[in-house]
Ligand binder design. Structure first.
Ligand code: HEC
Length: 244
């Protein structure tokens, strides 16, 4: 064995080929079984796409770098499931381009933050975290409440997501700015189109507490409130393997 090694070591090319052969064993063991199962992504027929307002909120989440402190991925470990809820499924990130799983948790995981708190709590917290969590080290995002949301480019955002596989219809793309307004103005005529296009369960509320004005706060809170709520698939999976 030592002899073989000595010989291999002296020829760079042969040594490289040997490294590739050995290293690929791990890859084969991990990847090959995936070809034998029907699908690596669970089926979730009830899954809906993000509304234009939620897409705008997601863009703000990326712009502000929330992913640098928050993950959106609950691992299948007992402590995570007990703290955050059912572990994340691949299908739940199906329409996330790019995915926002994150790799650091200065703050808690947000994969199932949707509806954990009221809109008013989220608004107060984003405006100044210390108003509701005195010991918080999260930065304040005060400008969200006073910055009007830019909606004229939302149709193009939806169209771009469609090119990478998110099933937005022509009607959704064409009505994106109107739907963004309608989702945060429950008493306006424009609200009806939102539930027609995105389903009855869609939250239609004045997220920032002010239905007359569409702000970046509306968008970000609409997005936070749907996290973990696009499909029920995770709540229906059998998590008994964790000893639940
Ligand atoms: C510097 C790190 C940091 C950044 C950046 C950050 N957060 Fe936080 N976040 C925290 C910490 C720490 C907590 C826990 C204390 C608290 O609740 O304020 C927290 C808590 C939260 C909670 C409550 C979670 C729960 O389960 O109680 C939400 C929601 C949240 N952050 C959203 C956001 C959003 C949205 C952004 C971007 C606009 C953001 N955070 C940016 C650190 C951060």
């Amino acid at each position: 064995m030592a002899d073989l090694h000595r010989k291999l070591e002296r020829s760079a090319i042969r040594f490289m080929l040997a490294i590739i052969a050995v290293a690929s064993i791990g890859g084969l063991v991990e990847i090959a079984p995936l070809f034998t199962i029907g699908s690596t992504v669970e089926a979730a027929p009830d899954m809906r796409v993000y509304t234009p307002l939620e897409v705008a909120g997601r863009n703000i989440y990326m712009r502000e770098g929330c992913y640098a402190c928050h993950s959106q991925m609950i691992r299948s470990l007992r402590d995570e499931v007990e703290r955050y809820g059912p572990y994340s499924l691949a299908v739940e990130s199906k329409y996330d381009h790019p995915m926002l799983w994150g790799s650091k948790r200065t703050g808690p995981d947000l994969a199932r933050i949707g509806e954990k708190y009221s809109d008013a709590w989220q608004v107060a917290h984003l405006n100044n975290p210390r108003d509701v969590v005195p010991q918080s080290i999260m930065p304040a995002y005060r400008w969200l409440l006073r910055t009007p949301l830019k909606t004229d480019d939302l149709g193009r955002h939806l169209a771009a997501l469609r090119t990478v596989g998110v099933p937005y219809t022509d009607e959704m793309v064409a009505n994106a700015p109107i739907d963004a307004y309608g989702q945060s103005a429950p008493d306006d005529d424009k609200a009806r189109g939102v539930t027609e296009r995105y389903g009855k369960a869609t939250h239609v509320r004045a997220f920032d507490g002010n239905p007359g004005e569409l702000t970046e706060m509306d968008a970000l809170v609409a997005y936070l409130q749907i996290l973990g709520g696009l499909t029920d698939a995770a709540r229906k999976t059998d998590q008994t393997a964790l000893g639940e």
